[in-house]
Write a protein that binds this ligand. Structure first.
Ligand code: SF4
Ligand code: SF4
Length: 187
């Protein structure tokens, strides 16, 4: 099953093909920690209406992602860029009348997407920096000099060795090195 990256908004405009439906997806999700109650969602929209990210985004809609997963649109959900906009504030989880752990469902989607190596380049860059220096992003030389000029102590040294050891077990390095084409293809 192969599907180009799609956002929930795009998916509304694009006809759904029977070939892209994975009817087993929702049953896989109910077995995963955090998304057990996904089938209880009755699409009331409370999660989206209370979501602080949805308020400022034209495309991020937790309700829609859940609906797509219920329908079996696995590739569209996992390839969706908007998946990565969730701020994990848990407002949706607190407000859902059906006790769906919406924020945890989004985490499950992200974990599945990451398993495929499908996550935004910006996070890959941060991960690469973490592996190289122990810091999520390179501290500019100018800032280091500014610290010195202000009499601040030097920054502690990063420990990339420990970071690598920690991430090796989950094959993290292989995932961030997957080429883009491979990440966007289906299972
Ligand atoms: S608030 Fe709960 S029941 Fe309502 S759409 Fe969101 S997940 Fe579904
Ligand atoms: S946890 Fe994510 S989806 Fe839920 S309200 Fe916060 S930002 Fe929105």
């Amino acid at each position: 099953m192969t599907e180009a990256a799609a956002t929930p908004t795009q998916s509304k405009d694009q006809p759904i093909k029977a070939s892209e439906l994975d009817p087993k997806f929702k049953y896989e999700l109910v077995k995963m920690h955090g998304s057990e109650k996904i089938l209880k969602c009755f699409q009331c929209g409370t999660c989206t209406s209370d979501c602080p990210v949805a308020r400022y985004s034209d495309t991020y809609r937790p309700r829609t992602l859940i609906h797509m997963a219920q329908l079996g649109l696995k590739d569209r959900v996992l390839n969706s860029d908007t998946l990565w906009l969730c701020a994990a504030c848990f407002t949706c989880t607190d407000r859902c009348p059906q006790d769906v752990e919406v924020a945890s469902v989004i985490r499950v989607f992200r974990n599945l997407a990451a398993e495929k190596g499908c996550f935004p380049q910006v996070f890959k860059d941060q991960a690469a920096s973490l592996l190289e220096s122990g810091y999520a992003y390179k501290i500019p030389e100018l800032r280091i000099k500014k610290r010195e000029s202000q009499g601040l102590p030097p920054l502690p040294k990063g420990n990339p060795e420990n970071v690598r050891k920690t991430l090796k077990g989950v094959k993290f390095i292989e995932k961030i090195q997957k080429p883009a084409g491979e990440q966007q293809s289906g299972q």
